[in-house]
Design a binder for this molecule. Structure first.
Ligand code: UDP
Ligand code: MG
Length: 217
């Protein structure tokens, strides 16, 4: 039977399990390029029971995957500091969440780093994930543009990232200001943003992050 050839069993069993247990709990982690999202998320997972999913890292992995149909598109978007169509990003995020929960049913807490970055991302999330995951709050790393640029240029000396150069950074900052800030503002109006001054040292920033997470659970 076709059903046996193209089994939907893994998806069904995943959804079945999700319906039985707690919904995935999500914290969106936002801030400009170089604000320290990735660094702080690594620190968080050392102390708290969260799984860190970086949308940018997932996209870079997909870009490099042999046989990927959207590798070229992702490559162009990243270099231009543009935001990849949400269908791609959401499918990678969903897959990563599902795989995590399938391995361990207790692992339902996620830091989603670098997403949602624009209206298209937000609409895609609401369309796909509404009712399936709870967004607890947005952790916002607030950092001035100059510091962000300097950090990325510094990182660019060793990161090998195609977008840690002046040209891409200008575009990334522009995308951040024009597209991502309005999303943070929207969540702010809902009282869902927890802001940290991210222009300080990793330790100082993490002290604030820790007290937020201690409070929020
Ligand atoms: N990106 C995207 N959608 C996302 C996350 C990232 O299109 O949801 C792309 C976008 O081009 C962005 C790049 O990936 O400029 C790098 O994102 P990342 O979060 O890794 O950069 P960071 O902000 O951490 O420096
Ligand atoms: Mg990052």
């Amino acid at each position: 039977m076709l059903g046996r050839l193209f089994s939907t069993a893994p998806i069904q069993s995943f959804l079945h399990r999700v319906s039985r247990m707690m919904k995935p709990q999500v914290v969106f982690v936002l801030g400009g390029p170089g604000a320290g999202k990735g660094t702080q998320c690594s620190r968080i997972v050392e102390c708290f029971n969260y799984t860190h999913l970086s949308a940018g890292d997932l996209l870079r992995a997909e870009r490099g995957r042999e046989g990927s149909e959207c590798g070229q598109l992702i490559d162009t978007f990243i270099k231009d500091g543009k935001i990849v169509p949400v269908e791609i990003t959401i499918s990678l995020l969903r897959k990563a969440m599902e795989e995590t929960i399938q391995k361990d049913q207790e692992k339902i807490r996620f830091l989603i780093d670098g997403f949602p970055r624009n209206e298209d991302n937000l609409q895609g999330w609401n369309r796909d994930m509404d009712g399936k995951a709870d967004v607890k709050f947005v952790l916002f790393f607030d950092c001035n543009n100059q510091t962000c640029v300097n950090r990325c240029l510094e990182r660019g000396r060793s990161s090998g990232r195609s977008d840690d150069n002046r040209e891409s950074l200008e575009k990334r900052i522009q995308t951040y200001q024009q597209s991502t800030r309005p999303i943070i503002d929207l969540y702010e109006k809902q009282g869902k943003v927890r802001t940290v001054d991210a222009s300080r040292s990793v330790e100082e920033v993490f002290a604030d992050v820790k007290s937020i997470l201690d409070k929020e659970g």
